[in-house]
Design a protein around this ligand. Sequence first.
Ligand SMILES: Nc1nc2c(ncn2[C@@H]2O[C@H](COP(=O)(O)OP(=O)(O)OP(=O)(O)O)[C@@H](O)[C@H]2O)c(=O)[nH]1
Ligand SMILES: [Mg+2]
Length: 707
Amino acid sequence: MKVFDNQHIKNIVLLGSAKSGKTTLAETMVFEAGLINRRGSVETKNTVSDFHEIEHERGNSVYATPLHTEWRGYKINIIDTPGLDDFIGEIVSSVRVADTCVLLLNAQQGFEVGTELIWNYIDQFRKPTILAINQMDHPKANFEATWDSIRVSFGEAAALMQYPVNPGEGFNAIIDLLKMTMYRFPAEGGKPEKLPIPDDEIERANQLHNELVEKAAINDEDLMELYFEKGNLDEDELRKGLRIGMLKHEMFPVFCLSAKQNMGSGRLMGFIDNVAPGAYDMFPERTVDDKEIECKPDLPASLFVFKTLIEPYLGKLTYFKVCSGEINIGMDLVNAQNGGTERINQLYIMDGNDRKPVDKLVAGDIGATVKLKNTATNHTLHAKDFEVNFLPMDFPEPRVRTAIVADSKSDEEKMSEVIRELQEEDPTLNIQYSKELKQLILSAQGELHLAVTQWRLKHVYNIQVHFENPKIPYRETIQRQAYASYRHKKQSGGAGQFAEVHLTIAPYFEGMPDPSGFNIRHKEVIDLPWGGRLVFYNCIVGGVIDARFLPSILKGVMEKMEEGPITGSYARDICVMVHDGKMHPVDSNDISFKIAGLQAFKQAFMQADPKLLEPVYDLEVLVPEELMGEVMTDLQTRRSIINGIDTKNQYQMIKARTPLSELNNYSSTLKSLTQGRASFIMRYAEYAPVPYELQKQLIAESETITA
Ligand SMILES: Nc1nc2c(ncn2[C@@H]2O[C@H](COP(=O)(O)OP(=O)(O)OP(=O)(O)O)[C@@H](O)[C@H]2O)c(=O)[nH]1
Ligand SMILES: [Mg+2]
């Protein structure tokens, strides 16, 4: 395997909405370079990139797959990412290590909601980006509409590099505005003929070329001067201007191609070689303590782990980018997160399923190793005396939840262990046993993400699981003040028990003053582990209850708060004032006061207009205007409150607040309502009152369960 120096390595990530053609383009780029002699296709399930069985079964990419190609003296590392937002974690981690992103647009659809979502991540990381309009050969390809949709989102920052002469069926020619040449492709694609621009295109080509020159010149003062002097820029000057613009994240070159017909990928690779920024000219990597580490081979070694994957028969594969120095076989590196040492016993360049062993990898390159013990995604490994810890990635919150149950009871323990492993490799999954709900709750990015997890458990780990409806973590609270007293008395034989407690409870809200009319001697504010507060006041006058019994009363109250009086859910946001009671000189003890406290609290609670609360979430749904109606109607059937509608480029963003109990299957419903053309995120907002009728029903249900 040829070793490339860091000036000749480019890391690109193929991104774009589902089915825009990323996997097909990756295959074409590898084939064009002669690294494979037969071009696979997604349909025949034999691409380098989509090699996992689940990808064959589903017909789409599920994992981000690193592979590489070589083009005119450069090594181009490619990460082919999935387009579905169920796999957003794969997208985020790939963008993190990209030097240049290639954002594919489908010429039939233009800039889609999926494109917008992915663009937001690229923009967050401020990565140089090429836009590639793919599927130029498709009978429904519409270059003009796609270009218009790009301009809505990017404005003048989009720089048209090429346009198709004959988009749609029979597509075979592109006019290149940098080289001012027409490329005409043979029927089987591949190497094009270079021809002069035909007379009937020359006027349009000149005008677009001038626009490109102006856009390139704007990025640099020297170029601007040159442009004013000469009225034009030569090819190299144009490249320089484009490169500066890309690095500033202010200019986005736009290419045209047909990945399937192998038309235009060579020109794109040439541009990546000659213009697109590589690791060595990207801004330095930042560390958690705000240091900057430049991508230099002569510094001590460091690497950033962007992904791990457990493969059958192989174990844990760790994918990383070398941030500085050289990584050699046999090297010992320190894990910045846990201080442990990891030995690098193998180094690979990955081409899908194919691992090519290498002895070393230099700064800026991407590779993989196996059998690291305690190293996970987001970890940094570094040479012993070179203490660096690179900024970790933030992953989006899960958007769907389900209860997961092993079909066979004997698999339960193994399943929890395995899911924890899966969670480590995919930080967008979350698994928690809920003591409150008595369910193992699995949260993920979408129903497909859940289905893939279920598939992996079955096919890789031999554990059959099924999903059940997850319960809702309701809360209980009160709406008005109420008083109750309780006397606990047991005097049959042996030591007796006696306690009497009088208390008043009232709703708690943040910033409220202490309740008036009570003689407050002591106040305890308890932040409840399940959210909300309990404020406990000792208002005893004249020593009618000894101060030493107050903690027992509190214990009793807390016990009932943990299993609320109306449905057994946690209670929250309550003030308790203990203001009277009685003791017996012999029979009073802790247990008696705990019982009396619990019972008095329960009785007061039932008279204080108890209320059930449910978790509600803030939703942001990104949707094309023409589908707004359907999406809004569906949201309204889910008891949503619509808080606003914003315009985001060519899309509408609906902001709504929706109860969690109404969000079951939202991800798949939205997909089918909009044919996958909408997306959403959700964030926990607050606990809100459950409507009266529903509360009645829930209380009745819980009474049947406990009866
Ligand atoms: N006509 C035409 N079809 C294409 C082109 N590129 C890809 N396709 C087809 O579009 C479909 C999706 O292609 P993929 O390469 O799997 O797309 P992808 O972006 O990798 O899809 P995901 O990974 O699922 O997001 C397949 O049926 C391809 O054959 C193209 O240039 N022209
Ligand atoms: Mg794909």
